[in-house]
Design a protein around this ligand. Structure first.
Ligand code: GLN
Length: 446
């Protein structure tokens, strides 16, 4: 299976461009070990997986799709990588992404342009576009991505597959390149809800190396996959169908919700009144945290280093000027500004207050409902190169996924249908640590 997967990637990935690096040798070595021992003890044993290139893999180049980490080989594995390896899964390669996970189309990658699995003239979404395209294109049965503001759910939606952002703290972030530490979560891409739950079973759980990982028990995430949603209370926020949402996308998602209702779920319209402030708050909080997290890329410790420098400061400035792309620089500047003494109260503090209001919006709805359902993204996948020069438009397109990260909730995207031949995502948002009900809903619909 591993050999066939590697051959298939070799043959077909020049269209998808889902991988930055493949590691045939290491993969074949691990696969043979498992074969020899005959140890297929875990449900994932022997299954190939693609890992987003911001997950540390020992001895295998990990770049975050940035020039500044070109050639960097980590000295340790991320906790999720360890867990998959212990289960016998075989990592075949590192998937393309937006540089440092900053973007929604995988177009800010320094290395290559991944395409949508359904139409190679369209974006795969992002930032985990390579992971999503690799699964949707049939190159691997599952992949891992990271989601800070939608980067698992939106590419899952654009490629018609299943993607979960777990509750903040459910999965250890150890070994994930930090973008915005209070928002980042790692999660699975799969073709079915059940597969997704099986991968989450493997990667979830407390990790002493991540102080924000939760020590709650990890339930069996497949336990509520009965297909039954009778009496389940579903909230549909009216703001998720408002201005800026493509009417055809809205109609497709409404039809999906009607199917859940036909299965016996109780569906009501609700309000999440602060939704419209989410994007502004996120771009301040995310870039503030990112500007701090990205200080470590200084040309001294990892990867790329500029030449012809005279002083240490020169080394920092030149390495960072040459090593980071425009989108990363834009966010470092925005974040550094928001945290500066003169701007802190007007920007960062205000954004933090909005974050609290968004959490309260969700809490209120969850007093009466089990899940919140709406579209994952306002549109289907757009053309390559179409949006990338308009950062504000790109940021606004994150309106439906961002509040979930700001509130730390679990969010799943499953395919709701198609508009003009392109997949539409149905987003299912749950209470903290209630991935089981989120999966239950997705499974019943799927
Ligand atoms: N598109 C969002 C952004 O550019 C989300 C990125 C992410 O989740 N990593 O910030």
């Amino acid at each position: 299976l591993t050999q066939a997967t590697l051959d298939n990637i070799e043959k077909t990935d020049d269209q998808l461009n889902a991988f930055i690096t493949t590691n045939a040798q290491e993969a074949m070595k691990k696969a043979s070990e498992i074969d020899e021992k005959g140890e297929f003890t875990h449900v994932l044993s022997g299954l190939p997986v693609a890992l987003k290139d911001n997950l540390s893999t020992k001895g295998i180049p990990t770049t975050g799709a940035s020039h500044i980490l070109e050639g960097f080989k980590p000295v340790y594995d991320a906790t999720v990588v360890d867990k998959l390896q212990n289960a016998g899964a075989i990592s075949v390669g590192k998937a393309n992404m937006d540089e440092f996970a900053m973007g929604g189309s995988t177009e800010t990658s320094y290395y290559k342009q991944t395409t949508n699995a359904w139409d190679h003239t369209k974006v795969p979404g992002g930032s985990s576009g390579g992971s999503a395209a690799a699964v949707a294109g049939g190159l691997v049965p599952f992949a891992l991505g990271s989601d800070t503001g939608g980067s698992i759910r939106q590419p899952a939606a654009f490629n018609g597959i299943v993607g979960l952002k777990p509750t903040y703290g459910r999965v250890s972030r150890w070994g994930l390149f930090a973008m915005a530490s209070s928002l980042d979560q790692i999660g699975p891409f799969t073709r079915t809800v059940k597969d997704n739950a099986l991968v989450l079973n493997t990667i979830a759980g407390f990790d002493a190396k991540d102080s924000t990982s939760s020590n709650r028990d990890v339930p069996d995430f497949t336990s509520k996959l009965s297909g039954d949603v009778k009496g389940l209370k579903i909230a549909v926020p009216k703001e998720y169908f408002g201005e800026g949402i493509d009417p055809k996308v809205a109609a497709t998602v409404k039809a999906a919700i009607a199917q859940l209702e036909a299965l016996g779920a109780i569906v009501d319209e609700v309000t999440l009144p602060h939704t419209k402030y989410g994007v502004a708050a996120y771009y301040i909080i995310m870039s503030s945290e990112a500007s701090s997290n990205l200080q470590r890329y200084d040309g001294v410790r990892y990867g790329f280093r500029a030449d012809n420098v005279k002083t240490l400061e020169d080394l920092y400035v030149k390495t960072r000027s040459e090593g980071f792309g425009d989108e990363v620089k834009r966010r470092i500047m925005l974040g550094t500004f928001s945290l500066s003494a003169g701007a802190y109260d007007a920007f960062f503090k205000k954004a933090a207050k909005i974050r609290t209001l968004l959490i309260e919006d969700f809490n209120k709805v969850f007093e009466d409902y089990d899940v919140i359902v709406g579209p994952t993204a306002p549109t289907v996948a757009y053309g390559l190169g179409e949006e990338i020069d308009d950062p504000t438009a790109m940021y606004l397109a994150d309106v439906l996924t961002i509040p979930v990260n700001l509130a730390g909730l679990p969010g799943l995207s499953v395919n709701a249908g198609f508009v003009d031949g392109l997949p539409v995502g149905l987003q299912i948002i749950g209470k903290p640590f209630d991935e089981q009900t989120v999966y239950q809903t997705g499974f019943a619909y799927e």
